[in-house]
Design a protein around this ligand. Structure first.
Ligand SMILES: Nc1ncnc2c1ncn2[C@@H]1O[C@H](COP(=O)(O)OP(=O)(O)OP(=O)(O)O)[C@@H](O)[C@H]1O
Ligand SMILES: *[C@@H]1O[C@H](CO)[C@@H](O)[C@H](O)[C@H]1NC(C)=O
Ligand SMILES: *[C@@H]1O[C@H](CO)[C@@H](O)[C@H](O)[C@H]1NC(C)=O
Ligand SMILES: CC(=O)N[C@H]1CO[C@H](CO)[C@@H](O)[C@@H]1O
Ligand SMILES: [Mg+2]
Length: 446
């Protein structure tokens, strides 16, 4: 609504007030002073009808019964006009509040849009950390000053190390009391540079609850830094193989991790355009936040599905998780991620590592170890991680084992799509953890 129509509305309303009151009260019968003209709130009412006042002030005094009638009319007129007045005031203030709100909103939108352009200072990253926590905005990635990283990580001190893998170490960074982040330091040649570029371009386009958020990056000489949201409960691998040995991971939490990973992969495979293949799904690349949300990380190897089967894509991945057809022929599809998901599922079920060393210089993959026992219902409970053994519904265990068997099929076309996997996990995860399972009263521990 524009201001002109508003003005017209007010004018017609005030005219209505005036004509109502003059209809109820014959001005010639009024005793002075004319009540409405003394009202300072509606000074304009005398303007369009200047004759009203002289008429009223020169009015004839009535008496007796007729006088009572007149004061009744005045009362009615007063009630009607003050009601209308109140309505107008209310309407105007509503309109004003709405206008203000819209104005404020568009203002903050502008600020948000400008934010990434400002770059390079502490302000944007802190704002970004804050806004990503609410999960609202599709982030573009900020360049972060090197000296800021040095200060936040205590000069990359030993005490700040969160972990380390093939690429480099990961440090805890504290930008302020509230704002923690994880900084991955990548050193090395063109290989690392390519993975860095790949990860930045891939993650800056993705905003999903089960994919890690990239807050920013930094290039300092030969060294590159990726700054991620902090994942307080570390990786799935450290949860399973670390000091707690998976004892904090109940059956339902494990099912939730599987569901979250499937959700992240479903997003990459089915809802990204072009579809993305992660290529490095493994328990150390599944990170867990303080609410026990699981998210996918390490997109350095991720490729768009369009360039699959390109022989010049270097064969890479992690032993134990790589699908056989990819290892043998370099054939790469979304089913390679499904295979790796199956391996992670076996880790969740059994608590074992993807590759165990059974003898000096001899390894056994979890797939070849578990396969013969997964298909036999009487053997299955025996291979479940001892810390959760006998703590789940057996029917659920059979179902999860069946999904795992399908995912690690050597023939890719026998493996399910991640969408099908995702839908089979939803009924196994309690409602409070993001699934659809309603636990009986009293609630079992989750
Ligand atoms: N955003 C994060 N928040 C908290 N901890 C993290 C974060 N990113 C990584 N880590 C920790 O750092 C460890 C090392 O991660 P990194 O990705 O460098 O190595 P990796 O996954 O073990 O092996 P690879 O180099 O093959 O990926 C992880 O296992 C995890 O414990
Ligand atoms: C295969 O990948 C290389 C580099 O990764 C690229 O130059 C080439 O065009 C790709 N070929 C096809 C058919 O996509
Ligand atoms: C399943 O395992 C049990 C006990 O180990 C064994 O007796 C049985 O023959 C197995 N069944 C099949 C179908 O392999
Ligand atoms: C199982 C586990 O490690 N849980 C921890 C996850 O992180 C939160 C917040 O840091 C801790 O309170 C939990 O104990
Ligand atoms: Mg990793």
């Amino acid at each position: 609504m524009n201001l002109l129509t508003l003005f017209k509305l007010i004018c017609s309303l005030s005219f209505l007030v005036w004509s109502c009151s003059s209809a109820a009260i014959d001005p010639t019968h009024l005793s002075p002073p004319w009540p409405l003209t003394t009202d300072p709130v509606l000074p304009t009412q005398t303007q369009p009808f200047p004759h009203a006042k002289p008429q009223s002030s020169g009015g004839v005094y009535a008496s007796g019964k007729h006088n009572e009638d007149v004061s009744n009319k005045i009362l009615i007129a007063l009630i009607v006009s003050s009601t209308l007045l109140a309505a107008i005031v209310l309407f105007l203030s509503c309109f004003w509040i709405c206008k203000r709100r819209n104005f404020d909103k568009s203002n903050t939108d502008d600020e948000e849009n400008l934010e990434p352009a400002k770059g390079i200072s502490l302000g944007p990253i802190l704002g970004k950390v804050g806004s990503l926590r609410t999960g609202s905005r599709k982030g573009s990635v900020t360049v972060i000053e090197y000296k800021l990283l040095v200060a936040a990580t205590n000069n990359f001190g030993e005490d700040n190390v969160l972990g380390g893998g093939g690429g480099g170490r990961v440090y805890k960074a504290r930008f302020s009391d509230q704002n923690l982040a994880a900084v991955k330091k990548l050193q090395g040649g063109p290989e690392a540079a390519r993975e860095f570029e790949n990860e930045v371009s891939c993650l800056s386009k993705i905003n999903h609850q089960n994919v890690i958020s990239l807050l920013g990056y930094c290039i300092h000489g030969d060294t590159r830094f990726l700054v991620y949201e902090m994942m307080h409960n570390g990786s799935l691998e450290s949860q399973l193989q670390g000091p707690s040995r998976g004892s904090t991971l109940t059956w339902h939490l494990r099912m939730r991790v599987a569901l979250d990973v499937a959700r992240g992969l479903e997003y990459l495979h089915e809802r990204c355009n072009p579809p993305v293949i992660h290529r490095d799904i493994k328990s150390s690349n599944i990170l867990i936040d303080s609410n026990f949300n699981a998210k996918l990380s390490d997109f350095g190897l991720a490729v768009a599905n369009g360039i699959q089967n390109n022989k010049s894509i270097k064969l890479s991945g992690t032993l134990g998780y790589v699908a056989p057809e990819y290892l043998v022929d370099g054939k790469l599809t979304d089913k390679s991620d499904v295979y790796a998901f199956g391996v992670v599922l076996l880790e969740l079920l059994t608590g074992r590592k993807a590759v165990e060393s059974v003898a000096p210089s001899q390894c056994q993959s979890i797939v070849s170890w578990a396969m013969p026992q997964l298909a036999n219902r009487s053997k299955l409970p025996g291979i479940v991680d001892p810390v959760i053994r006998n703590m789940m519904d057996l029917k659920h265990l059979y179902q999860v084992a069946a999904v795992a068997v399908l995912c690690v099929q050597p023939e890719p076309s026998y493996r399910p799509l991640i969408t099908d996997v995702l839908h089979s996990f939803i009924p196994l995860v309690p409602v409070e953890l993001g699934g659809s399972l309603r636990l009986p009263d009293p609630p079992q521990s989750i």
